[in-house]
Ligand binder design. Structure first.
Ligand code: DX5
Ligand code: ZN
Length: 219
């Protein structure tokens, strides 16, 4: 295994699972070699759909030892982070379009949880730069948030490269995560552009062999 491959983490999104059997789904992810469980929290305001909140995270917690990577697509995320921390979130990632990310990331870290910042496709990647030094995770959305199964927006590759170069040139070492439209076909160029945490919803849950797909996404 190369150093790059060792550093790669696969974070399947449970957005694509059957919510009535979410516990079993995360158990299966763990057995299939996933590194994180990506939890897409949507409030019906920041994005049109509603998914689930901290209660789901609390209910999933006993089903897996994998870190729970909570992506908050919500307005006023600062009002929810304590609930997610108490529920057992390992990472909480908040949107630059919804809050002052640096301020909210500091709140997240003060609760003993790893903190991330994310930008939507139409937001300049530079918006993440002020958060880069303190972030545990920086996330680039490669689809418009709200739904699984969309097509990867190719301009996201350039954003990943810019972000990676910025971090390298300043000696910052956050994980760099990509979210949306990742497939076994496009993952190589995504990895090469600088992402080391790969979110994949439909690619994993629609796969006839989850374990193989996770291994292939890792490279
Ligand atoms: C979109 C979510 C993504 C989504 C990814 O709003 O943040 O995590 O579930 O799903 P796929 O991999 O199907 O694009
Ligand atoms: Zn997500």
């Amino acid at each position: 295994m190369s150093r790059e491959t060792m550093n790669m983490k696969i974070a399947p999104s449970i957005l694509s699972c059957d919510f009535s059997a979410a516990g079993e789904a995360v158990e299966k992810l763990e057995k299939s070699g996933a590194d994180l469980v990506h939890c897409d929290v949507m409030d019906g305001n920041f994005v049109p759909p509603i998914t689930f909140g901290a209660q789901m995270v609390k209910n999933l917690r006993p089903h897996t030892r994998l870190p729970l990577d909570c992506h908050l697509m919500v307005l006023h995320p600062e009002t929810h982070i304590e609930d997610f921390a108490k529920a057992g979130a390992d990472y909480i990632t908040v949107h630059a379009e919804a809050c002052d990310v640096l301020k909210v990331m500091r709140m997240i870290k003060s609760l003993g949880v790893k903190a991330g910042a994310v930008v939507n496709p139409e937001t300049a990647i530079e918006k993440l730069f002020p958060a880069a030094e303190e972030a545990d995770m920086l996330l680039v959305m490669s689809v418009h948030p709200g739904w699984g199964g969309q097509k990867f927006i190719p301009e996201s590759l350039e954003k990943l490269e810019k972000l990676k170069n910025f971090c390298i040139s300043h000696g910052f070492t956050p994980d760099i995560e990509i979210d949306g439209g990742v497939t076994e076909e496009n993952v190589k160029e995504i990895r090469e552009a600088g992402a080391n945490v790969i979110v994949a919803g439909s690619a994993v849950f629609r796969s006839p062999d989850m374990k193989k797909t996770i291994a292939r996404l890792r490279g």
